[in-house]
Design a protein. Structure first.
Length: 220
């Protein structure tokens, strides 16, 4: 895929992961659509990307319901006049409570459910639009962690991304829609965040640009 001719939708664009992904793809010449809840961080990402390219759009959503995501796609249709070719399905993993913490089961369930729902709803809506338009699209599920001193939760998120990536690829390959995943490698927890971030970006770009990559997860 030619990135500089693509429309790239970046979710969680106000997060550190989403912001760096958005700026990188803007620097490659893509038209970038930023999506997140309305926060100062989303506005900051928009300004950073706008300093790189004029083809930047932002849309804030109140939640991750299908109605909100449909409003996002209506916005893209009206403003960009082209639907996304690439979905960067970005999510930041939160630390998970210990299995011995008797009072934390609700927290664990809520955080895991939020990750799954966020990845799935954006992936489902984008895949459906790509299929309807017979578009050779790409979906990349990317996860990061805010606190590399506490990697609890990363194993759960990695397994989730692997499962979604592999199952979606099987379902979407007949429609020429590729799916990939990028996760931080746990054994590299001593690395500086900037190095991990660079690897996440490089691997994501590789998946998008490599027309033969699908159904696999790369570890950064």
């Amino acid at each position: 895929m030619n990135i500089n001719r693509s429309v790239v939708l970046v979710t969680s664009a106000g997060s550190q992961l989403g912001s760096t992904m958005a700026c990188h793809f803007a620097s490659l010449g893509a038209t970038v659509v930023l999506c997140d809840k309305e926060t100062p961080q989303l506005s900051e990402t928009y300004q950073l990307c706008s300093d790189i390219s004029k083809d930047i759009y932002q849309f804030s959503i109140p939640d991750h319901s299908m109605n909100s995501i449909q409003a996002l796609f209506d916005f893209i249709d009206h403003q960009v006049q082209r639907s996304p070719d690439v979905l960067i399905n970005a999510i930041t993993v939160q630390a998970m409570p210990s299995i011995f913490d008797q009072s934390a089961s609700d927290v664990f369930t809520q955080r895991l459910s939020f990750m799954a729902a966020t990845l799935f709803t954006f992936g489902q809506a984008t895949a459906e639009r790509m299929r309807e338009e017979k578009k050779n699209g790409v979906i990349v599920n990317v996860i990061s962690h805010n606190d590399y001193q506490d990697l609890s939760g990363l194993d759960n998120a990695t397994s989730m991304v692997a499962g979604f990536t592999q199952s979606w690829a099987k379902q979407l390959t007949p429609f020429n829609i590729r799916v990939g995943g990028v996760v931080p490698a746990v054994e590299h927890d001593s690395m500086h965040w900037a190095e991990i971030q660079d690897e996440l970006i490089r691997n994501t770009e590789y998946i998008v640009s490599n027309d033969y990559f699908s159904g696999r997860v790369m570890a950064a």
